[in-house]
Ligand binder design. Structure first.
Ligand code: HDD
Length: 711
């Protein structure tokens, strides 16, 4: 028996945050129903009335309290990043090399394990919107360090749409549903967003990322994270070093395809949330490596862009990402509202050793996050909410306010004092000391000239994509701009794209009824950064991939069992799907249990589809439209499709032309992600599972031409 999540977690208390949370957890086992005042209640289904059919009485304090509390259950959703999913975990540095650059203990001491809470999110949609929309994903991490809370509030894309935070309300108003009819939900494919882009070309680099596969993550577990801004590390001597933070998922970076995303949005709107939750429950803990790009202060001006401009990356080939440590997410929250909804991130939550730069986007964020929490969480005491509470001691003279949970004792709440023994006293050691940057200048409202190359890195991104990634980008622009009703906006965006790459502009124009630009106004600089292509990220494992195994009565029982065992050994997650839920009678008379009925799921919810052998089973499935659709749809989305023995017949019956079992002595055949094998006996042919796992590790067979396969 595999351990339960509780058993896997072990006793509460090893992790200081978990220990702290234990004191506020409420267990309802063996409890009696009470009011908020602790008065026991024997009846909660009928209000207190005058006679059985008479009016309800005002004195029914239980009914009034119950309804009043319910009426106040909602809080304002986040103005952006409203939809999310969270998890607890831990972070630990590999060694102490970063001590030369920062005093932040959690980054430089390999003996210190720091509890974390991470919230992933989409940006534009409201709380109830679907997960698999084309959007940026938030990747916010709260480190509960012994020196106080540090929040790294990043995204899964390393740049941003705008350069100065004063534009954020404009940008968000443009991308959110249009104000007159609140349409469309969680989409950038509408006029106001593209109007903004057309008039604000600093968006172009980020728009390239948004139109790329990065906007469609297969899983929060397979997504990079970026701090975006250039921050500053500060060491014991007070020396500053510029830093960019990176999270790299150990499972590699993988995406869905657009047609699949749109279908998942209906089949399982919680697709990314569920995936995160299920993986953690199953003990398949998501892991990310934290890396840093460091730039000495004296090199500040040695780039062809400004380090303070959040629409620019530092190419990894110019400044390598050096690994610092690993984060593991290993615990699901107990209560979505209490933890994931009430968590409050803030870019200004920094600890000694980490400081800001003058990036104008970051400076605005340092104002906005505290401000937004005050309205969202209803007052100034939100840091006392369990998920937000630091594990470091919190002792200050801030008092009162809504929801004050602490009972401060004594007479003094001011500094300096003598009546309270001078406490809390300012300290000398372990304190946050602002980096003493020298600044001089006139007060101006003006964008720096050094911020004004809007296209160079958009071109770099385009050049760095593989052919298939470029195809996806073109298709995304055509889809999005194809939804724009006001035609001049389409023209204007194509003009900007012509500044990124002439060929790109022409390809997009051809799909949206805009005359392809004739002149190449800004010849492509030809530079590339291979690290930007997802296809170059680590992909050595098929672990955690979900596999649909199509079965019906008469399937070869032994073969199914050995297939399932083999896949589990690879760390994959096989599920048996049958025409109906319940038992499936195998050819050898044994019984298998279907995990789900075919019609309750869909191929888009799996990473691969397999058909085991079994003449009767294949005959039944060949008359089942759902079963055949699993195969054609998975094929369409370039997923691994596999079959062995007479299972291969089902592939042919589903219309996958040219798929055949290997000839005599050929063993296992792999062709464009289609894995087939002849069946010799009951067990799965040797190498079949390995070949399938390899295909899953590659994620998709991008070389497969699927244009003509019906969607
Ligand atoms: Fe922001 C939430 C990331 C620019 C203002 N932002 C929010 C969240 C993430 C980011 C991940 C969700 C946190 C959570 O899960 O609770 N935001 C970014 C990144 C940006 C960025 C990576 C650019 C580099 N944001 C940005 C600007 C402003 C804001 C320029 C305002 C000037 N962001 C907010 C906010 C939110 C927020 C309004 C909404 C809910 C919240 O803060 O807690 O304050």
């Amino acid at each position: 028996m595999s351990p339960t999540p509780e058993e896997r977690r072990g006793p509460t208390g090893s992790d200081p945050k978990d220990q702290q949370l234990e004191s506020v957890r409420v267990n309802l086992e063996n409890s009696a129903l009470t009011t908020q005042q602790g008065v026991r209640v024997d009846h909660t289904d009928d209000a207190l009335t005058v006679g059985e059919r008479g009016p309800t009485l005002l004195e029914d304090f239980h009914a009034r309290e119950k309804i009043t509390h319910f009426d106040h259950e909602r809080i304002p959703e986040r103005v952006v990043h409203a939809r999310g999913a969270g998890a607890y975990g831990e972070f630990r540095p590999y060694d102490d090399w970063l001590a030369e650059y920062t005093v932040a203990e959690f980054l430089r001491d390999p003996n210190v394990t720091t509890p974390v809470f991470v919230r992933f999110s989409t940006v534009a949609g409201s709380r109830g919107s679907a997960d698999t929309v084309r959007d940026v994903r938030g990747f916010a991490t709260k480190f509960y360090t012994r020196q106080g809370n540090y929040d790294l509030v990043g995204n899964n894309m390393p740049v941003f749409f705008i350069q100065d935070g004063i534009k954020f309300p404009d940008f968000v108003h443009a991308v959110k549903p249009e104000p007159h009819n609140e349409i469309p939900q969680a989409q950038s494919a509408h006029d106001t967003f593209w109007d903004f882009v057309a008039l604000q070309p600093e968006t172009m680099h980020m728009v390239m990322w948004l139109m790329s596969d990065r906007a469609l993550p297969r899983s929060y577990r397979m997504m990079q994270g970026f701090g975006v801004h250039t921050f500053r590390l500060v060491n014991a001597e007070g020396r500053g070093t510029f830093v960019k933070f990176h999270w790299k998922p150990l499972l590699g970076v993988h995406s869905l395809v657009w047609d699949e995303c749109q279908k998942i949005a209906g089949k399982d709107p919680d697709y990314n949330r569920r995936d995160l939750w299920d993986a953690i429950e199953a003990g398949q803990y998501p892991e990310y490596e934290l890396g840093v790009q460091l730039v000495p202060e004296e090199d500040e001006h040695s780039f062809d862009f400004d380090l303070l401009d959040a629409t620019k990356i530092i190419p990894e080939e110019e400044v390598p990402v050096r690994p610092v440590g690993k984060m593991t997410l290993n615990r699901n929250p107990d209560n979505f509202f209490a933890e994931t909804e009430q968590v409050a991130f803030h870019t200004a939550n920094v600890v000694p050793g980490i400081d800001f730069t003058n990036d104008p986007l970051l400076q605005a964020r340092n104002f906005s996050y505290l401000d937004t929490q005050l309205i969202r969480l209803g007052g100034p005491n939100f840091a006392q909410l369990p998920v937000n509470r630091p594990v470091a001691p919190v002792t200050h003279n801030q008092r009162d306010g809504y929801g004050q949970h602490h009972v401060h004792r004594g007479r003094t709440s001011y500094f300096k004092n003598s009546l309270g023994g001078g406490c809390p006293a300012v300290a000398d050691e372990g304190v946050f000391r602002h980096y003493q940057e020298k600044v001089e200048g006139h007060k101006v409202r003006k964008r720096s000239e050094s911020f004004k190359d809007f296209y160079g890195q958009a071109t770099l991104f385009w050049n760095s994509m593989s052919e298939v990634e470029q195809e996806h980008i073109v298709a995304a622009f055509r889809f999005e701009l194809g939804k724009v009703e006001h035609k001049p906006i389409r023209h204007a965006v194509v003009d900007h794209l012509n500044n990124v790459d002439h060929g790109l502009a022409r390809r997009v124009a051809a799909g949206i009824g805009v005359p392809p630009p004739e002149r190449d106004v800004r010849p492509n600089h030809g530079r590339r950064s291979p690290a930007l292509s997802q296809l170059n990220t680590a992909m050595e494992t098929g672990a955690t991939r979900k596999v649909a195994v199509l079965v019906a009565d008469g399937v070869d029982g032994e073969a199914v069992r050995s297939l399932v065992d083999g896949l589990r050994q690879q760390g994959a997650v096989p599920e048996l799907l049958a025409p109906a839920d319940g038992p499936v009678r195998a050819a050898d008379g044994t019984e298998l249990t279907a995990d789900r009925a075919l019609n309750t799921m869909a191929s888009v919810l799996y990473d691969a589809v397999v058909v085991p052998r079994g003449a009767d089973s294949v005959r039944t499935l060949a008359h089942d439209g759902y079963a055949k659709h699993y195969l054609t749809e998975a094929y369409k989305h370039a997923k691994p499709v596999a079959a062995y023995g007479d299972g291969v017949e089902l592939l042919r019956r589903a219309g996958l032309e040219g798929v055949g079992a290997p000839g005599d002595g050929e063993g296992v055949r792999v062709e464009q992600g289609v894995v087939t094998a002849a069946a010799t006996d009951g067990t799965v042919p040797g190498g079949f599972v390995d070949a399938l796992a390899t295909e899953m590790a590659h994620h998709r067979a991008w070389q497969r031409r699927t244009d003509e396969v019906p969607a």
